[in-house]
Design a protein around this ligand. Structure first.
Ligand code: NAD
Length: 438
């Protein structure tokens, strides 16, 4: 099938590449000409495991192309995916202007029947607005299918190739059959394609992210309670996770959720509920808890070192909002580092993939190290903010030798407190008993 994907970010680039990998002819379109030029020259502008290799293979065999010429791309494609951003507006609602702009561009370019597929995360009712925009810009027939994306950054290719389920919403059998055909190679192990109306598909995406965010805020509050009462959240988490109604996933306490999806999607569904006079106070609490949680690690630092951190140096491991990505959007590391800087501290930071993105955020206010140990020289303490695998089994003896004082504030509970005691560290995890060396 010939198809185009409008918007080549984390979602569009992965979707386009995976559709090409399954034998389709795909044109990826972006208005960012620098991004397009970089992709055309074989440079992938984002870090996503496995993606570069797939892009190379599919561009070499001619099934995957990149362009900023939307008109030609739409002419050649029966199906047009819209995968542009839907950032938060000032009132928290999802800003769908880029979606409607891309829709209008597609409508004006199409020479005949086209299927427009909404892959961006969009608030309920957007498919109807897209239909109106299409009608205002073309007299050709079209169908609008909602197809929210559930991939996780850091595992995006795998998630796209082996989705738990595919959700498609629409009212045209012809269009729904085409999209089912496109997804057939990815659902060969009984993972279902769920067909519903547009509105239900739109709500499904927000409900999924809001539920996952709720689990995180829930376990974060359980962790905070554990700290107060002298319990260990690692045991509590296992104790509840073996209940099959609960499960183990998404029950890891930490420094709060971030990224380009959970915060904005929780805000957007709250706004949608307000607009429709529907009570969703639960999600307001989820959001409040998350905001507070982002300050927790700094609070622990303050308790140990006091308000004035001038003359102190802190090492920070992990800057991306989660491991295996370079994405810094709404990353808890930003809140934590800004608070440390404001209190006068010096920061030496490391992340395996996000240093370039981090530099865009902090500039020269932070020093960056390619090797994690290099952050530790003369450091008063280490803060662990993102749970990259390479931080799980470090050389503790080497760390102790480098640091001024062997103190770790672990925002991701990577280590066992008993081992930290043996290794001579003062260790502050989340929701677990702290280890303080005499
Ligand atoms: P992104 O910001 O990384 O990429 C969006 C791209 O669209 C940019 O490259 C931008 O230049 C391009 N663009 C904007 N307007 C355009 C236009 N008119 N024509 C052509 N290109 C245009 O965004 P993303 O992270 O890929 O997210 C895209 C959508 O998918 C959002 O709605 C997001 O909520 C949703 N989503 C994201 C994820 C994720 O993990 N990032 C997961 C599921 C769903």
């Amino acid at each position: 099938m010939n198809l185009c994907v409008v918007g080549t970010g984390y979602v569009g680039l992965v979707a386009g590449t995976c559709f090409a990998e399954s034998g389709n002819d795909v044109v990826c379109v972006d208005i960012d000409e620098r991004k397009v030029a970089s992709l055309q020259s074989g440079k992938v502008p984002i870090y996503e495991p496995g993606l570069e290799e797939l892009i190379r293979r599919n561009t070499e065999n001619g099934r995957l192309r990149f362009t900023s010429d939307l008109t030609t791309a739409v002419k050649d494609s029966l199906v047009c995916f819209i995968a542009v951003g839907t950032p938060s507006d000032i009132d928290g609602s999802a800003d769908v202007r880029m979606v409607l702009q891309a829709t209008a561009d597609v409508a004006r370019a199409m020479p005949g029947y086209r299927v427009v597929v909404l892959k961006s995360t969009v608030p309920v009712g957007t498919a109807d607005r897209v239909r109106e925009t299409m009608n205002a810009n073309t007299s050709h027939p079209f169908d609008v299918v909602s197809n929210p994306e559930f991939l996780k950054e850091g595992a995006a290719v795998d998630d796209f190739m082996k989705p738990d389920r595919v959700v498609i919403g629409g009212n045209s059998d012809r269009a729904l059959s085409l999209i089912k055909e496109l997804y057939a190679p990815f659902v060969r192990t009984e993972n279902p394609i769920l067909v519903m109306d547009n509105r239900s598909a739109e709500v499904t995406k927000y409900a999924a992210n809001a539920f996952l965010a709720t689990r995180i805020s829930f376990v974060n509050q359980v962790a905070n309670l554990c700290e107060k009462v002298g319990a260990d959240v690692a045991d509590v988490r296992r104790g509840i996770g073996f209940d099959r109604r609960i499960g183990h996933y998404f029950l890891f306490p930490g420094v709060g959720y971030g990224g380009s999806c959970f915060p904005k999607d929780v805000r957007a569904i709250i706004r949608t509920a307000e607009e429709h006079d529907s009570d969703f106070s639960l999600l307001r609490s989820v959001e409040d808890v998350n905001e507070k949680q982002k300050h927790l690690l700094f609070e622990k630092v303050r308790k140990s070192f006091g308000d004035d951190l001038h003359g102190r140096k802190f090492a920070v491991w992990g800057l991306a909002f989660k491991p295996r990505t370079d994405d810094m959007r709404e990353a808890p590391s930003v809140v934590i580092i800004e608070e440390l800087l404001a209190a006068g501290a010096k920061i030496s930071a490391h992340d395996p993939e996000a240093l370039a993105q981090a530099e865009k955020v902090f500039g020269n206010r932070v020093s960056y190290e390619r090797v994690n140990y290099d952050t530790l020289e003369d450091a008063d303490a280490l803060l662990i903010v993102t749970e990259w695998n390479e931080f799980r089994r470090p050389d503790f003896k080497r760390m102790r030798r480098l640091m001024k004082t062997p103190i770790i504030f672990d925002g991701r509970n990577l280590y066992e407190p008993a081992e930290m005691r043996q290794e001579g560290f003062t260790y502050y995890p989340i929701g677990r008993p702290a280890v303080v060396q005499e």
